[in-house]
Design a protein around this ligand. Structure first.
Ligand code: ZN
Length: 184
């Protein structure tokens, strides 16, 4: 049984990046749930999600709680889902997948998800697999990745990321990369 914890970024009073009507917490939630549902339908995966709704102030999941949740689930892989943003008008676009510095398993998972996105989500340009020290990928016991799905500030990425159909497709692509990582 492969145990995966999905972590839709932000939520509640923390919207994450906002660009026009596009709000990171909402988009990351739909994409993460799409990936989670797909894997949860299989009998070889055990799936948990740090938040399944737009959690309100009292239930706000801080970064520490997200890590503790993953550790309590004894996850084999932690997948945080976010959307990027730059200053309005910035031309930056594309997706990137992060893992913690020096994590071999993290690098493998990040590379597998990156390749799946490259193949299945051609609408968003590939940037690269990167190392970083973000709290959630640093502190989970499980190998961890953080997917920045695209730039909400990009006139190219935003219309795709706002599309419900595209969000489902994006979640499926992340799931495909995770299947690749586990070799199933
Ligand atoms: Zn974020």
């Amino acid at each position: 049984m492969h145990r995966v914890v999905f972590d839709p970024g932000h939520g509640g009073v923390d919207p994450g990046a906002v660009s026009g009507a596009a709000i990171e917490k909402d988009i990351s939630l739909v994409i993460a749930l799409a990936a989670a549902d797909l894997l949860a339908a299989r009998d070889d995966f055990y799936i948990e999600v740090t938040r399944e709704t737009d959690i309100n102030l009292n239930l706000e999941l801080g970064l520490e709680e997200r890590v503790d949740f993953s550790d309590r689930q004894n996850a084999d892989l932690f997948v945080s889902v976010h959307c990027n943003a730059m200053a309005p008008g910035s031309p930056a676009n594309g997706f990137e997948v992060f893992h913690y510095y020096g994590s071999q398993a993290g690098n493998q998972a990040a590379s597998d998800v990156f390749k799946a996105l490259e193949g299945k989500v051609p609408e968003i340009a590939p940037r690269s697999v990167k190392e970083a020290g973000f709290y959630v990928i640093k502190n989970t016991q499980a190998p961890a990745i953080l997917v920045e799905c695209g730039f909400l500030t990009s006139d190219h990425d935003r219309p795709n990321l706002e599309s419900p159909g595209f969000q489902q497709k994006y979640g499926k692509a992340i799931a495909a990369g995770i299947l690749q990582y586990f070799g199933v």
